[in-house]
Write a protein of this length. Structure first.
Length: 365
């Protein structure tokens, strides 16, 4: 499993997860004045070869992300989005590469859909949330790229107008606004602070924060793809969360432990200690992010997830880890059955909290 396979619920996992957190977050103020840009912003590891970037690579037995991105980009052009997802779901059961890279593969399907030129509304209508809604992120990457840097500020508030549910913060609307964050990161060559500045042009703090969530997720994805982000530091594992404004801190901390674990060599105990050093208002968020990773990196194994959450040195750390974990159980299985089973394995106090969260969270789906 790659680092990214199941780290995504803070952003979009099955849409509802992200909405749960964004609606529950307190967002105030503006982000801080960005530090001077760091160059190079992104160093990409070159993995593309002729063998891995032609659609035939799948038939030739290739099992890697560049191959599947090329394959499904071609599939969308030839058979459309719906049939491409049929193909993907059929391969998911038998291919470990597809399972581990599924979210990013669906990004590619969404990107290809955007290139068909049908617009955001149509692209979303024919989409599929399979593998944590990556398709919608990819659509928005393609749409934002088409808008371009010069026109983005004047058009960014109109991009999601065809998506229903703005007044109720629907899952579809959230995916669109969150996807803008992915899109601006691609447009601005992964410059995190420039991308947050683009998000600030949106009307409404909910929209700005949701867009920021996409920025932070994309920042983590750079590392998961084997690249190097200038906005992730091994010697400052809480960066950039400790450098952005209050408006964006919650979304940042909800993603950050995936990087922290990578930097710590998957030492959950060490990351619990690092979360304890986070800003007090966001320690719970950091522990919840770690709980998501406990579930994600164990493929939602109840015994392993419980053992990790019990590594927390305080009841507060353990409880928030459990909260993050049980939400990931619900999102991964699209059900509360496995989540409830996880909850019943805990002590009485944690069990009560866990079951309440599972019930409340599942009702948002």
């Amino acid at each position: 499993m790659t680092v990214f396979q199941k780290i995504v619920w803070s952003g979009v996992v099955v849409a509802g997860i992200a909405v749960f957190y964004i609606l529950g977050a307190t967002v105030v103020g503006r982000y801080a004045e960005p530090p001077p840009p760091i160059t190079p912003v992104l160093q990409k590891i070159e993995t593309s070869t002729e063998a891995t970037t032609t659609p035939a690579c799948v038939q030739n037995g290739r099992e890697d992300l560049p191959c599947y991105e090329a394959y499904y980009t071609d599939r969308v052009k030839k058979i459309g989005v719906t049939e491409s997802f049929v193909d993907l779901k059929a391969r998911y059961a038998s291919s470990s590469a597809v399972r581990s890279e599924c979210h990013q593969i669906t990004h590619a399907i969404g990107h290809a859909s955007a290139e068909l030129g049908s617009g955001v509304g149509v692209a979303f209508a024919i989409g599929d949330p399979f593998c944590w809604s990556g398709y919608y992120h990819g659509v928005m990457e393609g749409i934002v790229k088409e808008v371009g840097t010069e026109a983005l500020a004047s058009k960014i508030n109109d991009i999601c107008t065809d998506i229903p549910g703005k007044a109720t913060y629907s899952f579809e609307y959230y995916n669109c606004v969150h996807g803008l964050g992915h899109g601006v990161m691609e447009l601005y060559d992964a410059n995190l602070f420039t991308s947050l500045d683009a998000c600030s042009k949106l009307k409404g703090e909910w929209e700005q924060s949701s867009c920021g969530g996409g920025v932070f997720m994309e920042n983590i994805m750079i590392e998961s793809r084997g690249g190097v982000s200038a906005y992730l530091k091994k010697d400052d594992p809480l960066y950039p969360c400790d450098a952005v404004s209050e408006l964006h801190k919650s979304q940042c901390y909800l993603m950050q432990t995936s990087h922290m674990l990578t930097a710590a060599g998957d030492d959950f105990g060490k990351v619990f200690v690092q979360c304890a050093a986070a800003e007090e208002a966001y320690r719970g968020t950091c522990y919840q992010s770690l709980g998501r990773d406990a579930s994600g990196r164990s493929v939602s194994d109840a015994v392993k997830t419980k053992a990790i959450c019990m590594m927390g040195s305080t009841p507060f750390a353990q409880e928030n880890c459990v909260i993050g974990a049980v939400k990931d159980f619900v999102s991964f299985f699209h059900s509360d059955t496995q989540a409830n089973a996880f909850c019943t394995s805990l002590n009485a106090d944690l069990k009560h909290t866990c079951l309440q969260v599972a019930q409340s969270y599942y009702s948002t789906f």
